[in-house]
Design a protein around this ligand. Structure first.
Ligand code: ATP
Ligand code: MG
Length: 350
């Protein structure tokens, strides 16, 4: 813009000016505000603002330059951790390197990523510990019957044994073989149930009839211990997998017989109310301490680890029961008092 006036400025009013090249010619460009008072007011406020902005820009550049090696350290730490996890080493903890770890508060994606990797390592470590514990339990459960089978088979070579001694040794070998076979059945069942590919066919059937049949099929065991067996079985239809549920009642009733001394009592009850079937298996047996009650559903848990061969079991029964009941959307509870008895209550949706 060409100046039309030689002196276009008003006194006491701020103006900006500078040289401008347009089409090869140089011009002087001046701008003068029409609101000088306002501008002066702003200038006082603008100066510190400009200073702060400048400092922020300088800070950001410095931070970026400083942040590059930190980010490289973070990535290499993350990749190192993932490599170790992939090789099966779960003792991994990624450092934050100053990244804000308060998850959710500042949306720092690095902190979230690091948290996830650390959580994953903790979870995998726990799973690995459980796997090792499982293998050690299985080995132990296999080892003890094998040791006794081997020992008694060797003893049978002795030609001086009486017929009674020989029969006794053969009985033990038979019992231990059964125990191994039951263990393998239970392990297969658990792994099949865990895989969630186990056949699961619900149909409507009479739960009271199923319980009656199982009580009758266990008669040799409870009659041998002179246990008074009482049943109260209301007509109760349920929608469930009959084979799997049969395993539930078999395990619970066998436990009651196993942990009730000679001459004791067992009561099996089923009631149908409010769209649910409630089964109670109550015994006057040895009962459980509070600690045992809380751990009874754990795999391989046995309150009495030194239990003799006759009452032997591998501590898998109740974990299978719980799994099956939960598969049906039901619930299971144990009430027990040491020396007084145990009641297991299973509630199944109709
Ligand atoms: N009715 C009961 N009375 C007292 N203790 C019981 C009773 N039922 C279970 N328990 C305790 O809970 C533990 C776990 O029971 P669970 O049925 O899982 O295993 P188990 O009977 O020892 O072996 P398995 O069922 O594999 O043959 C038992 O070892 C026992 O200590
Ligand atoms: Mg059992």
């Amino acid at each position: 813009m060409k100046l039309e006036r030689p002196n276009p400025f008003r006194d006491g009013v701020a103006a900006f000016g500078g040289a401008v090249d347009i089409d090869g010619a140089t011009y002087a460009l001046f701008v003068q505000t029409e609101a000088p008072g306002l501008f002066y007011g702003y200038r006082r406020q603008l100066t510190p603002l400009l200073l702060i902005n400048g400092m922020l820009v300088i800070g950001a550049i410095a931070g970026y330059i400083h942040g590059v090696p930190r980010r490289i350290r973070l990535w290499s730490s993350i990749l190192g951790a993932l490599n170790r996890i992939a090789k099966g080493d779960f003792n991994v903890r990624v450092d934050y390197f100053g990244t804000d770890r308060r998850r959710g508060e500042d949306n720092n994606e690095f902190a979230d990523l690091i948290d996830s990797i650390n959580d994953m390592a903790v979870g995998l470590k726990k799973m690995e510990e459980m796997r090792q514990e499982f293998i050690s339990n299985v080995s132990h459960e296999i080892q003890s019957p094998l040791t006794s089978i081997g020992g008694f088979a060797k003893a049978l070579h002795n030609g001086d044994l009486s017929v009674q001694e020989r029969d006794h040794y053969l009985d033990i070998i038979e019992t231990e073989t059964r125990r191994l076979s039951k263990l393998s059945d239970n392990l297969l069942k658990l792994s099949s149930l865990d895989s969630e590919r186990h056949p699961f066919e619900r149909k409507r059937y009479r739960l009271d009839k199923q319980l009656r049949n199982i009580v009758l099929s266990c008669e040799p065991q409870w009659a041998a211990k002179r246990i008074a067996m009482e049943v109260e079985l209301d007509e109760t239809p349920v929608m469930a997998d009959e084979d799997l549920m049969s395993q539930v009642w078999m395990n619970l009733i066998s436990n009651s017989i196993k942990f009730t001394p000679d001459g004791g009592e067992i009561r099996v009850r089923v009631q149908h109310a409010n769209g649910a079937a409630t089964v109670e298996v109550e015994d006057s047996g040895i009962g459980m301490s509070e600690e045992d009650r809380l751990r009874a559903f754990d795999r391989f848990y046995k309150a009495d680890k030194s239990r003799n061969r006759s009452s032997g079991g591998s501590g898998l029964g109740l974990s299978i029961v719980k799994k099956i009941v939960h598969m049906h959307g039901g619930d299971i509870r144990i009430d027990s008092r040491t020396g007084e008895g145990t009641t297991v209550t299973v509630t199944m949706p109709d």
